[in-house]
Design a protein around this ligand. Structure first.
Ligand SMILES: Nc1ncnc2c1ncn2[C@@H]1O[C@H](COP(=O)(O)OP(=O)(O)OP(=O)(O)O)[C@@H](O)[C@H]1O
Length: 244
């Protein structure tokens, strides 16, 4: 009998472990608002993203990019459709299940950093790993902060750091658990151009180092050009999908 676990190629084919697709979504919809006044935000999204792809998500304001990211990260439950993220069936999970599936699988970087103000840089990076029961969380947090050039800021609080430094902490927090996927929503939106460019270099470097799949929401055409694939969202649907 073939030992599936001992055959990575077969694992890929049968989808037992190490799925070759990071994202597989079929006919995803998201409707919010009230029953009397429903807002149809996502209107049937079909999307496959392979492991290691670097995808830019473009589209006009209000087109549904952040909502799509919220669904793909499990922060928001789709109203209908199927969704597999790094081998986990997100459509079948309840809130607790989604939270658990996110841990270690997904790293998120947002425009507004979202660091905890009462924790130092190393605590901000280590705490999610500690909560997820990962070993050596502090050591890993220190190493990741060193990798983003903040080895000299480990014990600083967010208020003692510049915007660019805070975003580097947020990147370290997202990448330290070695997630299969990193999602970034306009990660340079609060930074000046030079700092923003340095942050993107850092994010791309860390992604390359970890082999994660990266999906990044941006309005910046230059940044989109650095991605291997550009998806445009319009009115809750995928309007175009171009692989370089
Ligand atoms: N909780 C909610 N209830 C009702 N409508 C919502 C809710 N959240 C978002 N929307 C609407 O869904 C649409 C898509 O919003 P979303 O934030 O996903 O767009 P976006 O493409 O990310 O926009 P931007 O580029 O401006 O950030 C918008 O029209 C927004 O007003």
């Amino acid at each position: 009998m073939t030992d599936i676990a001992a055959s990575p190629q077969l694992c890929h084919r049968v989808g037992v472990t190490s799925p070759s697709r990071a994202i597989s979504a079929r006919n995803l919809t998201l409707t919010l608002g009230t029953p009397a006044a429903p807002v149809h935000i996502l209107k049937g999204i079909d999307l496959d993203v392979g492991v290691g792809e670097v995808v830019a998500l473009l589209g006009p304001s209000g087109s549904g990019k952040s909502s799509l990211m919220a669904v793909l990260t499990g922060l928001e439950r789709a109203s209908s459709g199927s969704l597999e993220i790094a081998g986990a069936d997100f459509a079948a999970l309840d809130e607790d299940g989604l939270a658990q599936a996110r841990r270690g699988r997904i790293g998120i970087v947002l425009q507004a950093f979202h660091l905890l103000p009462t924790m130092t840089a190393v605590e901000n990076v280590a705490t999610p790993m500690e909560l997820a029961g990962m070993e050596r969380a502090r050591d890993r947090a220190r190493a990741e902060l060193e990798a983003v050039g903040l080895g000299h800021r480990l014990d600083h609080y967010p208020a003692q750091l510049s915007g660019g430094e805070q975003q580097r902490v947020a990147i370290a927090r997202a990448t330290a658990p070695r997630p299969a996927l990193i999602f970034a929503d306009e990660p340079t939106g609060n930074l000046d151009a030079a700092t923003g460019a340095a942050i993107i270099d850092m994010l791309f470097d860390r992604r390359a180092e970890t082999g994660a799949t990266l999906l990044i929401i941006t309005h910046d055409a230059e940044l989109a050009a650095r991605c291997t694939r550009v998806i445009t969202v319009a009115d809750g649907r995928i309007a175009s999908d171009v692989t370089a």
